[in-house]
Design a binder for this molecule. Structure first.
Ligand code: WTA
Length: 654
């Protein structure tokens, strides 16, 4: 569709009716909403029957705002639910993962029976290293099967995993290890990216200099590069895991046993350790995966193109799909490892039926051109999903037409690390879809859009997204900080969960997500707080002050723009800026991650401040996006913003 055609179409129809072909065979039938609404708690109890219980729960929900317990007297084992149950049901030969390496031609096929053996061996190895129920284990891994095996083995023992995205720096890793006092780390020597080996173990060694409580490090050999070795602490996976027995008798844990921690950026410099417990989380990831992706365990080949270092990987590569017993593709590399058509080759080769990814990736693939998908047979695809940030209609339509052949329903799924599983989405075969809209709450979930006072807005109006009833996979809090949990999510609107996202209801009452309303940025679908980046910048010896904003970016959704005042006289600042700007960019990448590398750094002798000394980020956002400046009357020195606007032209953005 040309841009003009797209605009005309958006103007006229703006929606695709639910696919009739889907309606006939879909897992979800139209009555699902009414059934769930009639008694959402009871409805979730029936969904919990998707799990294999060691002891069936008799309780469903205990709700003491904002602390929920779901199915609390039940007992189960998460790893049994993902693996053993399928082998017990005679499906051991079914492929769990087609693992595809960064390098073309390298792959592994892992059946559910293989997975059971690997998890059993890893469980024994972790036990031998001293891991016990309740212990926290950091996982810092590339996208290799051992990452999934490690997660499943950790929860099998009743220990708690804290997966840290492999792109994070040593500093980011050590602060996460320290915050939840992890005593064990599972990692790899390195990772492959576009054929090049990138080391991981050195970051662990660096991080552990400040983590004296870490007793053991389990290292997968992936790249075969040289690694430093700390005797007594470091253990090779292939030495200690491979020798273990391939059967493991599980223990069972209470439904509310803590299962994992996932750090995510909040509005302060310190990431929050969002933790999830077992049965509620597993129930909702399995249920949402079943209905939203309409999975048929016998025939589907699901590909969630995300990293296990983020919640999407946890919920829709590891737990949801494995509980549902589907076959998946797990891919190690980048979208252009081996060529710009690599994804489409993989889909063609493995006959993927369901693809789930982020808008930022869709925009990148779109930029490369439609000749790449066109040169492959993508006809196996029957459903497409998107997650992580608002999707622009152009990318949505491109995805539908070029990848989904105009026939695959697109599910635009809104959720968060904190919600654990999808909360708002269309349902294939039932809900119409509109490019850019998450449409409606999932059955059994209560979502509202409210104004500043917390009152529901009418159709056609915008406001804040809130969740008005507890849901099974809701986070049980911020690790070690219940007060911050209450304050962050439950204090803005009494009795309601405040997600931090702006939203609107359109004239039909359908929900559109409009982006964050707080100081959280969304860079290529990754959450980063402005404060976190500011904190990193002022940690550099030359920086006096820094203010960071997220500015719109065609490719990455938002990009980081930093306004920095150096500890030098204004004159000196204006000399050759390029070296210090580059140094600051590298510094931020090192302290946080390359994801946090600012697109633009503007050196300025002053930052715009209110008379009370607060930096006016709102104005900097206007400057960064070349917008008409908002109200400047409260500024201490209104000329400062004009000066900064003038500097914008002279920067060297990437
Ligand atoms: C944003 C990712 C618009 C939102 C699963 C949310 C979205 C944050 C969508 C959570 C969507 C996620 N449309 N925005 N479909 N999905 N977001 O914790 O701002 O990494 O608050 O979880 O991503 O990011 P997180």
């Amino acid at each position: 569709m040309t841009e003009a055609k797209l605009e005309a179409w958006l103007e006229e129809t703006r929606s695709f009716p639910p696919s009739a072909a889907f309606a006939k065979q879909a897992n979800a039938q139209p009555s699902i909403y009414a059934e769930a609404d009639a008694d959402s708690v009871a409805w979730w109890r029936t969904q919990a029957d998707r799990l294999v219980w060691h002891k069936e729960p008799t309780k469903t929900l205990e709700w003491d705002i904002p602390f929920a317990k779901w199915f609390s007297d039940g007992e189960l084992n998460a790893s049994v639910n993902c693996v053993d149950r399928h082998v017990d049901a005679g499906k051991g030969d079914k492929v769990a993962f087609h693992w595809v390496a960064d390098a073309e031609g390298e792959s592994r096929t892992i059946t559910y029976a293989d997975l059971q053996k690997l998890v059993a061996q890893a469980s024994h190895a972790l036990t031998e290293l001293g891991v016990k129920k309740g212990d926290r284990v950091a996982v810092y891994m590339p996208m290799i099967p051992e990452a999934v095996v490690a997660m499943l083995a950790i929860v099998r023992l009743g220990a708690v995993h804290s997966v840290v995205f492999g792109g994070f720096s040593a500093d980011a890793l050590s602060s996460r290890i320290l915050d939840s006092d992890c005593q064990f780390v599972v990692t790899a020597d390195g990772a492959f990216r576009r054929g090049t080996a990138a080391p991981l173990k050195p970051a662990v060694d660096e991080a552990l200099k400040s983590c004296p409580n870490v007793k053991a490090v389990l290292v997968v050999k992936r790249t075969g590069g040289d690694v430093e070795w700390t005797q007594g602490r470091d253990h090779w996976w292939h030495e200690i895991v491979a020798k273990q027995k391939t059967e493991h008798t599980p223990e069972y844990f209470p439904a509310e046993h803590t299962m994992f921690i996932m750090y995510t950026s909040g509005t302060t410099a310190k990431p929050k350790g969002i933790f999830h417990t077992t049965a509620g989380y597993l129930t909702q990831v399995a249920t949402t995966h079943y209905y939203i992706f309409d999975v048929k365990a016998e025939t589907d080949v699901c590909w969630t193109a995300a990293d296990i270092g983020w919640i999407t990987g946890h919920s829709y590569i590891v737990y949801g799909p494995l509980i549902n017993g589907v076959t998946q593709i797990m891919y190690e590399g980048l979208p252009d490892s081996g060529g710009k058509d690599r994804w489409w080759k993989i889909i063609e080769q493995y006959k993927a039926t369901i693809l789930y990814t982020a808008p930022t990736t869709i925009r990148t693939l779109m930029k490369w051109g439609e000749e790449f998908p066109k040169s492959h047979d993508l006809s196996s695809l029957r459903l497409l999903g998107t997650v992580g940030e608002p999707i622009n209609p152009e990318a949505w339509i491109w995805y539908r037409e070029n990848i989904g052949a105009g026939k695959c329903p697109i599910v635009d799924t809104w959720w968060q690390t904190e919600t654990g599983a999808i909360m708002a989405t269309p349902l294939p075969g039932i809900t119409a879809t509109k490019p850019g809209a998450a449409m409606r709450a999932f059955p059994g979930i209560s979502i509202d859009v409210v104004d500043n006072e917390g009152n529901s807005v009418g159709d056609g109006e915008g406001g804040y997204l809130v969740i008005t009833k507890p849901w099974p996979s809701m986070t049980r809090g911020i690790y070690g900080d219940p007060e911050r949990f209450k304050e962050t999510y439950w204090s803005r609107f009494a009795g309601k969960y405040f997600a931090g996202d702006g939203a609107k209801r359109d004239d039909d009452g359908d929900i559109w997500l409009l982006g964050r309303v707080d100081d959280v940025m969304n860079i290529s679908g990754h959450r980063l707080s402005t404060t976190e980046v500011e904190h990193a910048l002022v940690g550099h010896p030359s920086v006096a002050e820094a203010a960071v904003v997220g500015a719109s970016d065609d490719l990455t959704g938002q990009a980081i723009v930093a306004f920095v005042t150096l500890k030098l006289s204004a004159d000196e600042q204006m000399k050759d800026q390029a070296p210090i700007i580059e140094e600051l960019r590298v510094h931020v990448s090192k302290v946080i991650s390359p994801i946090a590398r600012p697109r633009q750094i503007i050196l300025t002798p002053e930052l715009p401040k209110t008379r009370s000394g607060k930096i006016m980020r709102r104005l900097l956002r206007d400057v960064a996006e070349n917008r008409q400046l908002g109200d400047v009357t409260t500024l201490m020195d209104p000329t400062v913003v004009n000066m900064i606007s003038g500097l914008m032209g002279s920067d060297d953005s990437e």
